[in-house]
Design a protein around this ligand. Structure first.
Ligand code: DP6
Length: 320
């Protein structure tokens, strides 16, 4: 196969146990292990070819973009994999960029897989995840379908993701896109601020317990428990942002709060619905495939303008 015509596709993932803090920013080592579900609906497709200039170039959704972050990451790959000439990177993002849907997860996973394949190397997904981690932490989990864990590790070698080998289950995730606008505080900056919260150490300890409980809930395909733990973990993460001693902030808008209270109401009516939120105002609702349409209809009644997408478990990285 002519590798210059090959593309890699990686799907984004939603963390059910969050990564929210770095113990080593250079190596991107997280303070906690995290656990995610890969989503079918949102993905990035990337191809690379030799650059026609003397530097790395980057086109996203057919528009020439600033290549700084791509170039910084390719420099890391050059030290890890051996030097290679400047590349032209072309990506199509099927994720609303920077709206708190972690487009960087699918983007850096696809880029890592694509470059490694382009160089003719055959590396295990765990090794790819370790490399992609340096581009964006959440990308480490996007090589694997269904559920993945990213082990926090203590150094570059031990911080990688792998598949959780979970049973099939009818889990669904509704994405309520509150705002398509770019987030105001990027994840790396948000994490740095959150780590100044007096509650940060407790959150790290609580996260380790929740990680164990979540692993058991996933093994038992207990979607109710998966949702409940995910919601607790996410709300505690967002409480850190509010209680930061340096530049406290929140990603929540009034609409975010309204959706969170609607989800509580639905639960009182016996509907399985739990919220999780990332570095933006969007609310992601953990539910079952069977109950998703009812939740979508209820939210649509209250907020007719709200953009709603239903995602289910998605695949790991693929190459065409
Ligand atoms: C809230 O992976 O975007 O989505 O490593 O600094 O690029 P960097 O951060 P990033 O952070 C994702 C944070 C999160 C939670 C998660 O995906 O685990």
């Amino acid at each position: 196969m002519d590798s210059t015509f090959m593309t890699a596709t990686a799907h984004t993932n939603i963390a059910l146990i969050k990564y929210w803090g770095k113990k080593n920013a250079f190596l991107n080592l997280p303070t906690t292990s995290s656990l995610s579900l890969t989503l079918d609906r949102f993905y990035t497709t990337t191809s690379v070819s030799p650059s026609e200039t003397s530097t790395d170039t980057f086109v996203l959704n057919e528009q020439v973009c600033d290549a700084t972050r791509v170039h910084t990451f390719l420099k890391i790959l050059r030290t890890q994999l051996g030097d290679f000439p400047p590349l032209h990177v072309s990506s199509d993002n099927h994720v609303p960029t920077s709206a708190g849907l972690a487009s960087s997860a699918s983007a850096f996973a696809a880029l890592t897989g694509e470059v490694v394949a382009y160089l003719g190397l055959d590396l295990p997904k765990e090794t790819l995840s370790r490399l992609a981690r340096r581009g964006s932490g959440s990308a480490s989990r996007s090589f694997f379908g269904h559920f993945a864990v990213w082990h926090e590790g203590v150094d570059d070698d031990s911080s990688f993701a792998e598949s959780l080998h979970a049973p099939d289950m009818p889990i669904a995730l509704i994405v309520a896109e509150v705002s398509g606008q770019s987030k105001k505080v990027g994840s790396s900056e948000g994490m740095m601020r959150a780590m100044t919260s007096p509650n940060y150490d407790d959150w790290v300890k609580q996260s380790a317990n929740q990680f164990d409980d979540m692993t058991a809930a996933v093994a038992n395909a207990d979607i109710e428990k998966i949702g409940a733990i995910a919601e607790n973990n996410a709300l505690a993460m967002h409480a850190l942002n509010l209680t930061a001693t340096r530049q406290p902030f929140t990603y929540f808008t009034d609409e975010t709060q309204l959706i969170l209270s609607l989800i509580k109401d639905m639960r009182r009516q016996g509907i399985l619905a739990y919220a999780t939120l990332d570095a933006g105002p969007n609310v992601k609702i953990v539910t079952t495939k069977a109950q998703a349409p009812e939740i979508v209809a209820a939210l649509h009644d209250y907020l007719p303008q709200l953009k709603l997408d239903v995602a289910v478990s998605g695949p790991g990285i693929t190459y065409d």
